[in-house]
Design a protein around this ligand. Structure first.
Ligand code: MN
Length: 217
């Protein structure tokens, strides 16, 4: 791929209604999560973020910047470095780009109530190809249900693929997030989310929750 291709997504403005579902689910007078506005994009690699979210059920939120928003999947077990691990990834609503910086506590009773840390962050490159080996645009690859990308994060590195495994009309889609067999694959798997530390602050979920509770605002 060329660097021009890599910046296309990052410089495309989000459609006006791309975040409608995100906004519908939240009361921004009650949550500190970002409301999301256009961030005057400059030429750069698209970003990714992996947040750990201790909500009703612990999960990882895997987000890739596509078309000016963060395409998002909830990954209950989290991304693995082991190509043998096929990790269920359930699509969730697009999030604003600013969400990649969100770390804190969503109030109990609100949508997604619980603690969030930024576990990993970085940039990615599209490495999606068709059967003939020709490069496929990243958005197109996602629409077709199979997209591959190379992560350059603080923790995650190397090739990963997202593959749609269920596409039944009227039912929720499911995807699999799988590490590709490359030089960055390992048997390390995924760390314990309770012990994992934020890539931004080095804090654990418990520390972030305690700061929110005792910080006096
Ligand atoms: Mn979540």
């Amino acid at each position: 791929m060329t660097s021009t291709d890599a910046t296309t997504d990052a410089t495309t403005d989000a459609p006006k209604d791309a975040l409608a579902e995100y906004h519908r689910r939240r009361d921004f007078s009650r949550t500190a999560e970002p409301k999301g506005a256009d961030d005057g994009a400059e030429a750069r690699w698209p970003v990714f973020v992996v947040q750990i979210h201790e909500a009703t059920a612990m999960h990882f939120d895997f987000r890739l910047e596509v078309g000016g928003v963060l395409k998002s999947w909830a990954v209950p077990k989290g991304p693995s470095t082991d190509p043998h691990d096929k990790r269920l990834a359930m699509p969730t609503e697009d999030h604003p780009l600013e969400y990649r910086e969100f770390e804190g506590v969503i109030a109990a009773g609100e949508y997604g109530g619980g603690t969030v840390i930024v576990w990993d962050e970085g940039t990615y490159r599209n490495i999606s190809t068709d059967r003939s080996g020709a490069e496929v645009d990243f958005g197109t690859a996602l629409e077709r249900g199979h997209a591959s990308f190379w992560l350059d994060g603080r923790k995650l590195h190397g090739g990963y693929s997202l593959t749609r495994i269920r596409d039944t009309r009227g039912e929720r889609e499911a995807w699999l997030l799988v590490k590709r067999a490359d030089e960055r694959a390992s048997g390390a798997g995924t760390p314990d989310p309770h012990r994992a530390r934020s890539a931004r602050t080095g804090h654990t979920l418990r520390q972030v929750a305690a700061e929110a509770a005792g910080g006096g605002g």
